[in-house]
Design a binder for this molecule. Structure first.
Ligand code: NDP
Length: 337
């Protein structure tokens, strides 16, 4: 059983030296347990936060523990009455080939799911995040302008497409010209701007000439600086993630902008609300699943996966995720076909 464990806590960007690749015997399930073979492993930005020993909404990964992560697995041995051999399940087995489960918190996908890895993306946690964050907190209305960064990523690509389904004008922000092109041509966004352009603020002001009604916050940093002055009165800002700051070790340079932020919130009566997807919306998973599967069936939603083969390549891929190297939802193919 190959496993990636946390060797030590990163300062700044994670490196290969923060992890150990260890090998041990395949575990054996006891009575009431199943042996799960990892087939797909989801890599997500929140994992960077779990590497820190800081108080947060969830416990950090312990030193020498297996890195955590959502997985899609097949039941390889079963001593559990509810699970049979070959069945597919969604689990949180982490960065390893095999795991033992007592069946609690497994989600069944059946014997022959058509796209099992979608359960880690469009039909899973990132999908629910985009759907609830945009619709419940952002409350977009037809004709409004919605802005989202990390626009071709797991969450952002769905936020923009759902906003288009609701009749909004959608402005994406992404990290390469190729991603920007794809956001417009493949995902149907109206415009997509490269956040590495020196004049992002001017470009965004031009693209959002009527102001911004909903800003779905995925990244923070200089993208938020460009967005803030363009937010309209009564704008909504679902605060989903701040990926540009996850590796930060210092406060950003420049003057204290707290008054500018608070002043904008006050004078423009802006509603900014953070959320943690399963804590806040886990109970609405079925509602999301029904609507999203219908949209997929009707080809109203396009979904792009960035599938990387081999558990041994997990760390490199994870480091790349925090640098924008992924193009679409990043998933590791761990197990056999
Ligand atoms: P993505 O698939 O979007 O991948 C991350 C992307 O972030 C990169 O590809 C890159 O895209 C962008 N990025 C990285 N660094 C920067 C930077 N410095 N400035 C701007 N963009 C950057 O990831 P997800 O869709 O899984 O996650 C998106 C956000 O949603 C994250 O902040 C994540 O933490 C958050 N999240 C929050 C949840 C919640 O419950 N609140 C649940 C799930 C996700 P590009 O090249 O385009 O810049």
């Amino acid at each position: 059983n190959r496993q990636w464990t946390l060797a030590n806590r990163p300062v700044g960007a994670p490196t290969l030296g923060n992890f150990n690749f260890v090998e041990s015997n395949k575990p054996s399930p006891q009575s009431g347990e199943v042996l799960l073979r990892t087939v797909f492993l989801s890599l997500d930005p929140y994992m960077r936060g779990r590497m820190n020993d800081a108080k947060s909404y969830a416990e950090p990964v312990a030193i020498d523990a297996v890195m955590l992560g959502g997985t899609v697995c097949r039941v390889e041995e079963s001593n559990h009455p509810d699970y049979s051999l070959g069945e597919w399940v969604v689990s949180s087995s982490g960065w390893q080939d095999y795991a033992i489960s007592d069946g609690v918190n497994l989600l069944k996908l059946g014997k022959n799911p058509t796209q099992p890895s979608y359960a880690l993306g469009v039909m899973g946690m990132p999908g629910l995040t985009a759907y609830m964050g945009l619709l419940d907190i952002g409350q977009p209305k037809a004709g409004e302008t919605v802005v989202v960064a990390a626009a071709t990523g797991a969450v952002g690509s769905l936020v923009g497409q759902i906003a288009k389904l609701k009749g909004c004008k959608v402005v994406g922000i992404a990290g390469t010209d190729e991603k920007c092109r794809s956001a417009v041509e493949d995902l149907g966004f109206d415009i997509c701007l490269n956040h590495k352009s020196a004049d992002l603020g001017q470009q965004l002001a031009k693209a959002c000439d009527a102001g911004i009604d909903v800003y779905f916050e995925n990244v923070g940093g200089k993208v938020f600086d460009a967005v803030l002055p363009l937010l309209k009165t009564c704008a909504r800002v679902p605060v989903c993630g701040l990926i540009s700051q996850y590796n930060a070790i210092d406060l950003p340079q420049g003057p204290d902008r707290m008054f500018m932020l608070m002043g904008n919130l006050l004078f423009k009566r802006i509603r900014m609300q953070g959320f943690i997807v399963f804590d806040d919306y886990g109970h609405r998973y079925n509602e999301f699943r029904q609507e999203m599967s219908q949209w997929l069936k009707e080809e109203k939603i396009t979904y792009r996966e960035d599938l990387v083969k081999g558990l041994e390549n997990t760390v490199e891929s994870f480091i790349g995720l925090l640098e924008g190297k992924n193009f679409g939802k990043l998933v590791m193919r761990v197990g056999p076909d």
